[in-house]
Design a protein around this ligand. Structure first.
Ligand code: OOG
Ligand code: NI
Length: 265
């Protein structure tokens, strides 16, 4: 486990931009050289004991993060929790896990085989959250997973790493609304996720979100190299609740669509 939050996020960011070349371009476009404040990052895993959500969460709890919210995604067969640090300038963390037992025996067999290859010690090691895959899968296995769960297929190819970072629109200078950010992104040629509309949520649920579609990168499977979706960038604008405090949670109906940012276009 890391003992320093900023070091952990620096490693997560370096790993993320290595497979998400558009992320640095987004920073240049929106940040114009200024620092970008990240609202949150997201991580994915399977609900198998060795690598379950709580194992990933332990890395953040050790750094002072606290569990704040729980979410269910019935159709996608996922559960998620979000974590916040008392220092609200630290990014929030959204961790989801796939409910493996709800899938076909074929999917379960491939996923269990992957997770068996993860060393017990690797899960508590400093670098676990940006350690990528710990297994070998064939491009055929990838396709088998993809037919049932895009999430499972993504995990098989990319493993443990930040699935996205999220620009906090509230802290951007030069933009006051998410729609303006989206316009700037589209004008610069970025492709946005339109599932559920370009903007998911809004002031009524105290959180408006949009995201790019994931970059495509080559993955070396056990048999061959294939170009597949890697990671994306998200944009979030938060609003005040009736009590005047800014909303810090997530919105399941919106998150459900954000997951689709790693779908193939
Ligand atoms: C997480 C999708 C949900 C959000 O902000 O609602 C999410 C994922 O794609 O792993 O990030
Ligand atoms: Ni997100």
């Amino acid at each position: 486990m890391h003992n320093n939050i900023d070091t952990l996020f620096t490693h997560l960011w370096q790993d993320y931009i290595a497979i998400t070349p558009s992320a640095e371009k987004v920073h240049q476009l929106l940040g114009k050289g200024d620092d970008i404040i990240n609202d949150h990052i997201a991580l994915r895993t399977f609900n198998l004991e060795k690598v379950a959500l709580d194992k990933l969460a332990a890395h953040f709890l050790a750094l002072g993060y606290e569990e704040k919210g729980q979410y269910n995604f019935e159709q996608k067969k996922l559960k998620a929790k979000h974590f916040e640090h008392p220092d609200d300038t630290k990014p929030k963390v959204f961790i989801s896990e796939l409910l493996v037992e709800e899938f076909s025996p074929e999917l379960q067999a491939i996923v269990k085989n992957m997770v068996e290859q993860v060393e017990e010690d690797a899960v508590t090691a400093d670098n676990f959250l940006y350690s990528g895959t710990h297994w070998q899968v064939s491009s055929e296995d990838y396709q088998t997973l993809l037919a049932e769960s895009e999430y499972a297929a993504w995990m098989s190819a990319w493993g443990y790493r930040a699935n996205h970072f999220t620009v906090s629109v509230n802290y951007l200078t030069g933009y006051s609304e998410l729609s303006e950010v989206n316009d700037a992104l589209k004008n610069a040629g970025f492709v946005l996720n339109t599932s559920g509309g370009e903007i998911k949520g809004g002031e009524d649920v105290c959180l408006a979100q949009s995201s790019t579609m994931a970059d495509k990168m080559d993955v070396q499977f056990s048999d061959k190299k294939v170009a597949i979706p890697s990671c994306f960038y998200e944009f979030a604008q938060r609003y005040k609740m009736a009590d005047g405090k800014i909303y810090t949670g997530f919105v399941a109906a919106s998150a459900d669509k954000i997951f689709e940012s790693t779908n193939a276009m």
